[in-house]
Design a protein around this ligand. Structure first.
Ligand code: SF4
Length: 63
């Protein structure tokens, strides 16, 4: 399973960065980067939190 972000929806408000800073990052141009797209047993609960809390529903977990 891996994380996909719909960059057309993302408004770069960094809520996901606050939840998982090792996975999500905003660059100097305020663009979101996914540093580590793999969902692991260690981060799956926090990934689910990020999916739920993204106000733009821009984060998905796909096979
Ligand atoms: S929480 Fe959603 S809208 Fe905000 S930066 Fe992350 S993906 Fe983009």
């Amino acid at each position: 399973m891996r994380i996909e972000v719909d960059y057309g929806l993302c408004e770069a408000n960094a809520i996901c960065v606050g939840i998982l800073p090792d996975v999500f990052d905003l660059n100097d141009d305020d663009e979101l980067n996914v540093l580590a797209p793999e969902v692991t047993p260690d981060n799956e609960e926090l990934v689910a939190d990020a999916v739920r809390q993204c106000p733009r529903q821009a984060i998905a977990v796909v096979d």
